[in-house]
Design a protein around this ligand. Structure first.
Ligand code: SF4
Length: 281
């Protein structure tokens, strides 16, 4: 069995930065909290928890200490609340996410109705929504009724979406009537690189494994795209989730991983695949 790993996969600079900041701060301070999981990968969250990072779901759970803002960022209102409580802040928001927040604010200041293309439940999108007045989130064509007719629309996209999806949504929005449309490309190049590598690879293999957290938007996107080209695509968190029957009759296996999947998960998966092959050959 041949195992091929995608050319671009695994940790992106934004995630790498958030984790190294967390590791550094955990050696210097006690009581370090993350509002929600630092990244959407339970293996990484568990590893950092052992080093002392406490993940909480709301600010009310924190009395004192330091709050680490994860790479998805938070809304300005949340930052103000953290400061009001007298907590210290370590900001690990990805620079590309900060850029979307900044653009949303500028568009709103310029009189545009801000529209975010993406998933309204994702923390990155929720943070962008909090950066301007009355932001509208559209995930698919069924959401287009939310858009006001004949308005000035200022459009951005969740960073980890694909260019194809962004394009399809823009085409749909263009049909509904507007007085002005300003589109800023806020897609993340790192996410696009991973998508391109994954598509290239999944077309050449018998089975494709996409490794990463179930909640990870960029990993889910990778799996969704790969499935279009190779129906034998499986989104797994790690080797433990693999059902051996997925490998039966497969000669070439492809492996990719989302931007929040650490190297050790990928290496462990690949080594186990190779060992499985040796044991069964
Ligand atoms: S995927 Fe892109 S936008 Fe998201 S954290 Fe990584 S570098 Fe930043």
């Amino acid at each position: 069995m041949k195992v091929v790993v995608a050319e671009n996969c695994g940790f992106c600079p934004g995630v790498r930065n958030a984790i190294s900041l967390a590791e550094k701060i955990l050696t210097q301070r006690k009581m370090v909290y993350s509002l929600g999981p630092i990244i959407h990968n339970k293996d990484v969250v568990e590893r950092l928890a052992k080093k002392g990072l406490k993940t909480v779901s709301s600010l009310q759970e924190i009395r004192s200490g330091t709050v680490l803002i994860r790479s998805h960022g938070v809304a300005p209102e949340q930052i103000a609340k953290i400061k009001e409580k007298g907590l210290k802040i370590i900001d690990a928001t990805c620079v590309l996410v900060k850029r979307v927040q900044r653009i949303a604010k500028q568009l709103s200041g310029g009189g545009y109705k801000v529209v975010v293309i993406g998933n309204e439940n994702h923390p990155e999108v929720q943070a962008v929504v909090g950066c301007a007045e009355d932001v509208i989130v559209v995930a698919d064509e069924s959401d287009l009724h939310k858009l006001p007719k004949n308005s000035k629309l200022g459009i951005v996209c969740q960073t980890t979406q694909s260019p194809e999806y962004f394009g399809e949504m823009l085409r749909a929005i263009a049909q509904i009537g507007f007085s002005e449309l300003k589109v800023i490309n806020t897609l993340c190049r790192e996410a696009i690189k991973r998508q391109k590598s994954a598509v290239q690879l999944c077309k050449q293999v018998d089975v494709m494994f996409v490794l990463g957290g179930i909640e990870s938007a960029n990993t889910r996107k990778l799996a969704e795209i790969c499935k279009k080209y190779n129906r034998q695509t499986f989104h797994l968190q790690n080797w433990n989730e693999l059902d051996i029957s997925m490998l039966f009759g497969k000669n070439i296996v492809g492996v990719t991983a989302g931007a929040s999947t650490p190297e050790w998960i990928i290496t462990d998966f690949v080594e186990n695949l190779k060992a499985f092959d040796t044991d069964n050959s």
